[in-house]
Write a protein that binds this ligand. Structure first.
Ligand code: NCD
Length: 344
């Protein structure tokens, strides 16, 4: 793990991800009986951007473990407003606590903090870059659903350009040997840089999925200019039959993961060109096995009529935030042992 901090998914090895998920499952089975574990320890939650789930679940996690939290939620109430540098602020906070959880509008801020901090840093979302602890909640939800985290096909839909959860989840899924289908909103595709990064890391093959041939076209109200495409391992060799049609069953998703349009980061959604899911979509054969996920908050990309649907999982994903963050706190502070050798 990078300097004992978690700044992006690339800091984690497969064994470490598995340790976090396994410990989270243990905590989840009995969430109220671990109050002695972090007693006497303090976590600083520095949230310099809005948050509901991430901050709430980190603080709940630390308190469920018997530790305590100190919080800052905006620049205006800290000395950064008086001109104090970010580096100095991190050094000071590090004197007051055992762990810093940082959300920041700038990509790379947690990594910069990790370089100078005397205590571990956890990235709770940095600009358009990454949100690794959300990806861990997503992976736990998938593991609970499918029992394994390999060989699945997860369709990530919406604002792929500026949605940071997308980047962390895609990395984690490909690392573990899954396929990822990207279903972008018009103008909101992954950047070429992100595609290159993923391809270089995982040697994935990219297959375009023309909407007319697969069901993803049904997620758009109008014609979408952007095409869905799939990152998959060369060995899974999506084949084409003699009519050049993609073999349907291989591209059907196990999960549909929606994201909102990140207006505060400059994204704008053309309504007709933004993928959304409703009851009718889930009833089609193409989506008949897919669960519905979303890191939340949602706008209208997941219909509220799906909230009680047997295949909706977005509230469960949010609930998984507490055990995941309990596990992460314990492992990073050495309160529980990592089982894999390649750590700390
Ligand atoms: C996400 C985030 O902050 O990136 N929210 C979350 O932490 N669950 C998603 C979003 O804001 O769209």
């Amino acid at each position: 793990m990078y300097s004992n901090s978690l700044t992006e998914m690339g800091d984690l090895e497969i064994g470490e991800i598995m340790d976090i998920l396994a410990l989270a499952a243990e905590f989840k089975a009995n969430i109220r009986s671990h109050r002695g574990v972090a007693s006497g320890l303090l976590m600083a939650s520095l949230f310099l951007e809005p948050s509901t789930r991430t901050r709430g679940s980190f603080e709940a996690a630390m308190k469920r473990l018997g530790g305590d939290t100190i919080t800052t939620t905006d620049f205006k109430t800290s000395s950064m407003e008086k001109g104090e540098t970010f580096d100095d602020s991190i050094r000071i906070w590090g004197n007051y606590c055992d762990l810093i959880v940082l959300r920041h509008e700038e990509s790379g801020a947690p990594r910069a903090a990790a370089n100078i901090s005397s205590v571990p840093i956890i990235n709770a979302g940095d600009g358009i870059n990454e949100h690794p602890t959300q990806a861990l909640c997503d992976l736990l939800t998938l593991k609970e659903e499918f029992g394994i985290l390999e060989g699945l096909n997860i369709a990530i839909c919406g604002d792929l350009r500026n949605g940071r959860t997308v980047h962390s989840l895609a990395y984690g899924l490909l690392l573990l040997g899954n396929s990822v289908t990207f279903v972008p909103g018009t103008g909101l595709d992954l950047t070429e840089g992100t595609k290159k990064y993923l391809r270089e890391h995982f040697g994935s093959v990219i297959t375009e999925l023309p909407p007319s041939q697969v069901g993803y076209g049904d997620l758009y109200e109008g014609d979408c200019e952007a095409k869905a495409y799939m990152f998959h391992k060369p060995r899974s060799g999506l084949e084409f039959d003699h009519k050049e049609k993609i073999i349907y069953t291989e591209v059907r998703p196990d999960a549909l993961y929606f994201t909102r349009c990140q207006a505060e980061r400059g994204s704008s959604a053309n309504q007709a060109g933004y993928p959304k899911v409703n009851l009718n979509n889930l009833e089609t054969e193409f989506f008949s096995r897919a669960i519905v996920m979303h890191p939340l908050p949602r706008l209208d990309e997941v219909s509220v009529l799906l909230d009680d649907h047997p295949r909706s999982r977005y509230f469960k994903q949010a609930a998984n935030g507490v055990p995941i963050r309990m596990a992460l706190i314990c492992l990073m502070l050495g309160l529980k042992p990592w089982s894999s050798a390649a750590t700390l």
